[in-house]
Design a protein around this ligand. Sequence first.
Ligand code: NAP
Length: 248
Amino acid sequence: MRLKDKVAIVTGGSRGIGKGIAQAFAAEGAKVAVVYRGSQQAAEELAASISGKAYQCDVTNLAAVETCVKQIEQELGSIDILVNNAGVIHDDLFVRLEPEQWNVVISTNLGGTYNFCKAIAYPMMRKRAGRIINVSSVAASHVNMGQTNYAASKGAINSFTRALAVELASRGVTVNAIAPGFIETDMSAAVRNKAGDLLKKFIPMKRIGVPEDIAKVAVFLASEESAYITGQVITVDGGLSLGAVAAQ
Ligand code: NAP
């Protein structure tokens, strides 16, 4: 077991990629705090199935995040691993994009990452150990129409990851990011339903990813095996970002 007795927080753990990461961490022996916004039943069922605990917390609210982190520390112990996975999309062409669509994406994806790091970085530094894993996207560098807000949030997460890694490296805390391609979750459902098999033409491995594809990399980055890796953005996309269009 690679994460035996480690205490891990997974934001957005109620569904999709976060759920996959929470399950994989628990299978490796971690005690997992499943942080969710509204999906109480899903989060509690998942937490019960992995002997973890569910915590309701809006990642955009720093005061709520600080209270949540304190509660997790009291109930599960000091935090060893933080996965900033909670994220949203609100796509539209830039000229039609309302300030609210901009703000909610930036405050959730980037602001949520800042808030949890703000609450946890110092305790990890004092402990001289810790793993921070931010969930980015290939959309940060391989941009799509209608995603100025999302691309900006994920590009900023990549830069934030590198900059924070430099500050925490000497204290034994690593900070890395995972950039998924298309993964089968609620978030990608609209695109998958619209584009169907066409999507696979752009993926050399010819399949949409599943949460487990991301979770395996998260386990590696959370474990001792990745001790000498920091400030990296690891792409997990079946080759999508290589930019080749498959022959058929
Ligand atoms: P998803 O299925 O839509 O799940 C989103 C998760 O984020 C849910 O657990 C949701 O909680 C939580 N969340 C959203 N806003 C929140 C807030 N304000 N406070 C707390 N939790 C909040 O999405 P997903 O596809 O698994 O995406 C997970 C991460 O992967 C995101 O950062 C996304 O940008 C990234 N990603 C996804 C793909 C993809 O193809 N799916 C590709 C690249 C990157 P509730 O259930 O309570 O609402």
